[in-house]
Design a protein around this ligand. Structure first.
Ligand SMILES: [Zn+2]
Length: 192
């Protein structure tokens, strides 16, 4: 995806300064003076997934391999921002696939999760995007992705009890069609 265009320089600090004033703060007070620049840097970092193409993350680490057992990478930590409130949601992502002649270097899967997490997201959409990216790159027999997350936009505003987890999943190919494959994956994910 293209780098977002800015009219001239970084607009975010001025916007944050205006927002601080709007919230009733004094942007000139000492503790807040560097805040607009810090918020800008933090937001750029937390959305740097827009500047990375998921296929580039995987490309170069796909290997031909005669291995046809399930590959599972579980408990991948992630931190994202919800696209509705720009507040954090975070938790763990579990990814599995059944290879069909191709495998991907294991470190690339957490990296792929990070690329999608570092965008404004919906948990449901992120879950599907991770599954589809892996499916597109490896053409495996199937892919399963489970995401468990806490959403601060719900917890901090009292919409949901603190600590409550939202769980989403996306199953493709044999993970969708074959209950035994799906059960094996979910069993591996649940195992401590
Ligand atoms: Zn939200």
């Amino acid at each position: 995806m293209a780098r977002p265009k800015l009219k001239s320089g970084d607009q975010i600090p001025a916007l944050v300064e205006a927002m601080l004033a709007e919230l009733g703060e004094d942007p000139e007070r000492q503790g807040l003076r560097a805040t607009p620049a810090r918020v800008s840097r933090a937001l750029r970092e937390l959305t740097d997934g827009y500047r990375v193409r998921p296929e580039d993350v995987i490309a170069g680490a796909v290997f031909d391999q005669d291995y046809d057992e399930m590959v599972v990478v579980k408990d991948i930590p992630f931190y994202s921002l919800c696209e509705h409130h720009m507040l954090p949601f975070f938790g763990a992502c579990h990814v599995g696939y059944l290879p069909k002649g191709k495998v991907v270097g294991l470190s690339k899967i957490p990296r792929l999760v990070g690329v999608f997490a570092h965008r404004l997201q919906l948990q449901e959409k992120m879950t599907k995007e991770i599954a589809e990216a892996l499916d597109g790159a490896l053409a495996p027999r199937g892919v399963g992705v489970v995401v468990e997350a806490r959403h601060l936009c719900m917890e901090m505003r009292g919409v949901q009890k603190p600590g409550g987890q939202m769980i989403t999943s996306c199953m493709l190919g044999t993970f969708r069609k074959d209950p035994r494959t799906r059960a094996e994956f979910l069993d591996l994910v649940r195992r401590q």
